[in-house]
Write a protein that binds this ligand. Structure first.
Ligand SMILES: NC(=O)c1ccc[n+]([C@@H]2O[C@H](COP(=O)([O-])OP(=O)(O)OC[C@H]3O[C@@H](n4cnc5c(N)ncnc54)[C@H](OP(=O)(O)O)[C@@H]3O)[C@@H](O)[C@H]2O)c1
Length: 436
């Protein structure tokens, strides 16, 4: 399909562009600035501004087979209504899709209710008070022969961006991870690539007059997100709850309230009815060892294949961390290659062969984390061959609550990893304590 996409240069729009193109569609981007944007996978671009509905008059040409409207509304009801009319009217009587982007904040605080679905009446917070009206205006187009649908994304993360990136920046600036409002606030979340896939599915097959929640995880404790954001910022400390009033000058009162909103929202309908399958790691894993912590990579070409190998290597190192933190002997041993592995500890003890490593681990790991443990972050990957990688890891000692132990040295583990039968394992490992 040839799809007119508003907001195509934005955070979600960039991902939607890529996934539309990957699914064989052509993207015509509606942009405010006529200057051609390099590096975009757009088929064409047209100039228009959603603050000026008249500028959209010629945007939906007869060859446009679908519209996805991602650009944010102005908040002025007349302008936003006129924008929907300008974009949807040319589709009337064609049965062509018009997908409008709303957001889960139109549901307001869901309270004790678990996993609120699309049938729940809207109860918008101040920031998006105008949005339910726009949703209704869009859905009314179903009666005019437009395959009109609404997608309500959760808080999007991934690609190092979105609202979680704000928490990472704040943790870096403040020296402590923050979250806003009550300790038990939960956010529905969605990986931006999973969300982009939902937009592709919605444009391909959502029925007229339908609403879909783009929710990967229905309710993630914001405290856990803040802790992971601190980790991404290199700040290992207990997250600090900040009253909303104290950040209204930073974020504005309405956005600060939105960050403190407690929600539990279901994305089950899109899975069950549209066959949407969100597969990416959750927000905490993404912050801890994904796109918010870039890794230096050498010896392999840039591209999705290398990205996938680096992600797999990071998962292996996350497994080392998880097994150590939870004293899981078998899982720890599972990271090693069976054939002649060697591990030299931070104290210089060399363990040669799987049996020696197993005996040592069984002796030292149980009970080892009662007072302290460690976090492991991949910093550099050198592919010596496509299936052999030299990996530099940063190991920081922490208390069981995740706080950095400042008077103990870091470790500098160095792993030689080997990929066999599709799985990366440790062939050789050496740890060195970082002096000073
Ligand atoms: N991010 C989330 O977690 C999230 C969650 C729920 C809902 N949403 C909704 O999803 C939509 C996209 O969000 P996003 O995070 O991708 O936003 P974003 O990164 O800020 O991108 C906004 C996009 O809209 C374009 N735009 C802004 N004002 C415009 C105007 N007056 N006319 C034409 N284009 C305009 C921008 O183009 P320029 O390049 O010209 O600036 C940009 O491409 C928004 O409606 C947002 O409310 C987002």
């Amino acid at each position: 399909m040839k799809v007119l996409l508003t907001g195509a240069s934005g955070y979600i729009g960039s991902a939607v562009t890529e996934h539309l193109v990957a699914a064989g569609h052509q993207v015509v981007a509606l942009v405010r600035d006529a200057e051609a944007q390099s590096g975009r996978a757009w088929h064409a671009q047209v100039v228009g501004d959603t603050a000026d509905p008249a500028s959209l008059a010629g945007a939906v040409t007869p060859d446009i087979e679908a519209v996805i409207h991602l650009a944010p509304p102005s908040g002025d009801a007349d302008v936003d209504t006129a924008v929907i009319e300008a974009l949807a009217t040319p589709l009337r009587g064609t049965g062509r899709p018009f997908v409008y982007t709303s957001g889960v904040w139109v549901l307001g605080a869901t309270g004790a209710a678990q996993e609120v679905g699309e049938e729940t009446p809207t109860n918008p917070i101040g920031l998006v008070g105008y949005r339910p009206q726009i949703e209704q205006r869009v859905l009314a187009e179903a009666a005019e022969g437009v395959r009109a649908a609404v997608v309500r994304p959760a808080i999007a993360y991934g690609r190092g961006g979105g609202i979680p990136a704000i928490l990472v920046d704040r943790a870096r600036q403040q020296g402590v991870p923050e979250y806003y409002g009550d300790e038990d606030v939960r956010w529905p979340t969605v990986h931006v690539d999973d969300l982009a896939e939902l937009f592709v599915i919605a444009v391909e097959r959502a029925e007229a007059g339908t609403v879909w929640h783009g929710v990967g995880d229905s309710a993630v404790a914001v405290r856990d997100i803040a802790r992971a954001a601190g980790r991404a910022a290199g700040v290992l400390a207990v997250p600090h709850p900040v009253p909303v009033e104290q950040v209204t000058d930073v974020f504005g009162a309405l956005f600060a309230d939105a960050l403190a909103l407690d929600q539990s929202v279901s994305g089950a309908a899109a899975r069950a009815t549209l066959g949407w399958q969100p597969t990416r790691p959750g927000v905490v894993a993404e912050l801890t060892s994904g796109s918010y912590r870039p890794v230096e990579v050498f010896g392999a070409p840039e591209g999705p294949e290398t990205d996938a190998e680096v992600a797999a290597i990071r998962r292996l190192v996350a497994e080392v961390e998880h097994a150590q933190q939870n004293e899981l002997v078998d899982r720890f041993l599972g990271v090693f290659r069976r054939q002649d592995p060697v591990w030299t500890t931070g104290h210089g003890q060399r363990l040669s062969g799987f049996e020696e490593i197993a005996t040592f681990t069984q002796k030292v790991l149980p009970g080892a984390t009662a007072e302290s443990t460690a976090v492991y972050d991949v910093e550099r990957v050198l592919f010596l061959r496509p299936d052999v990688a030299a990996v530099n890891v940063r190991q920081q000692p922490v208390l069981p609550d995740g706080t950095r132990i400042t008077d103990r040295p870091e470790g500098r583990p160095f792993y030689i990893l080997v990929k066999e039968d599709g799985t990366w394992r440790v062939g050789a490992a050496q740890n060195t304590l970082a002096a000073g």
